[in-house]
Design a protein around this ligand. Structure first.
Ligand code: NAD
Length: 321
């Protein structure tokens, strides 16, 4: 069995490799060659932790396995460790034998950033100058860095409930040589692309805040009850997702579907646009919205890619198992 420790992932994995892995697995999901297993998520009654598994099988990429992990809210304060902890386990689909164990913390950030980035590549208008961020936490920096590679953006604007966090994304804009402006929510009408990545439980973005032709990637809502955009905005948009079942249960679409404003059948898989069976954006006026809920297959795809890179560079640790 191969081990790729968390400490090696940063030196091995690239945004480009994460993009390719996620784009391919989204397409495989849409054409029926990859599927996610039901998600397990439990409050374990110890350390206030939420623990669970996300798994699946991709017959095209031959990635079989799961990501195990979750959220330990006391880690940082008590132990100086990050609160989100995860590990990916890959199995040989021919034999069932364990193939690899891979640190999943940085990979989770990279695969999530790759998802909104893939949505921008396939759904945003070609001519995009301004990108708007809603959220400025840990994950927002990853989303922005990856998104900036998709279009020739000239400016970053941002809103955050906690304005003191905005320098996090200002720094990423500066790295790319772009100006940054903090805006009120209605200032987001200047954006061609908007990414929302917050822990909000109430709608932040409404239809009034979004100009025609915008592409929105909603990335924060990954649990029942969370919400970043108004259901009315979803009903005005053409909605895409990574997985429809998750979109309507734990994703942004849960609210609009519950209110009867959109139906499950109105939501398309982004993978169908990637593999050419859905036309994607059809006009410059259309608002497209990607509901990125985060699926286990994304984790397996980036983990398999990093194992390949680790083997290539002689960094993977081999153990008898
Ligand atoms: P973080 O704690 O570093 O940042 C949280 C962000 O949410 C900050 O911008 C903060 O100001 C904002 N926020 C907090 N409470 C809010 C509220 N009540 N209303 C509005 N904004 C609020 O967290 P992070 O690591 O950046 O993750 C952000 C979100 O992304 C989390 O909810 C996480 O579950 C989600 N996430 C989703 C995926 C996915 O695949 N879709 C993957 C990773 C993380």
């Amino acid at each position: 069995m191969l081990i790729v420790p968390e400490r090696e992932v940063a030196g091995l994995m690239t945004r480009e490799a994460a993009f390719t892995a996620v784009e391919q697995v989204f397409a495989a999901m849409a054409n029926g060659n990859a599927y996610n297993f039901p998600v397990v998520r439990e409050a374990i009654g110890h350390e206030d932790a939420l623990y669970g598994f996300k798994g699946g099988f991709d017959r095209t990429g031959l990635a079989l396995g799961l990501k195990a992990g979750g959220y330990w809210p006391n880690n940082l304060e008590k132990r100086g460790m990050i609160n989100h902890q995860s590990t990916v386990f890959l199995f040989d689909p021919d034999t069932g034998k364990a193939r690899a164990m891979v640190g999943g913390n940085l990979l989770t950030a990279l695969r999530t950033a790759a998802a909104s980035s893939v949505s921008i590549r396939h759904l945003a208008r070609e001519e995009c100058k301004v990108i708007g961020m809603v959220g400025a936490g840990h994950q927002a920096t990853f989303q922005l860095r990856a998104a900036l590679e998709q279009r020739a953006f000239e400016k970053v604007i941002g809103w955050n409930m906690h304005p003191e966090m905005l320098p996090n994304i200002e720094k990423v804009a500066a790295e790319a040589g772009l100006p940054f402006e903090a805006v009120e929510l209605d200032g987001l009408r200047a954006a061609d692309v908007i990414i929302s990545i917050t822990s909000s439980f109430d709608a932040i973005l409404t239809a009034d805040h979004v100009a025609p032709g915008t592409h929105i990637a909603c990335m924060g809502t990954d649990t029942k009850g969370k919400q970043e955009v108004s259901p009315e905005l979803l009903s005005k948009a053409t909605v895409f997702t990574d997985e429809v079942a998750q979109s309507v249960s734990i994703g942004e679409a849960q609210h609009a579907v519950a209110l009867g404003l959109i139906r499950e059948a109105d939501i398309s898989q982004l993978g169908a646009v990637i593999d050419g069976t859905h036309p994607g954006r059809q006009s410059d006026e259309e608002i497209t919205l990607f509901d990125g809920t985060g699926v286990g297959l994304q984790d397996l795809a980036v983990a398999a890619a990093v194992v390949d890179l680790a083997v290539e560079k002689g960094i993977a640790i081999e153990v008898d198992f």
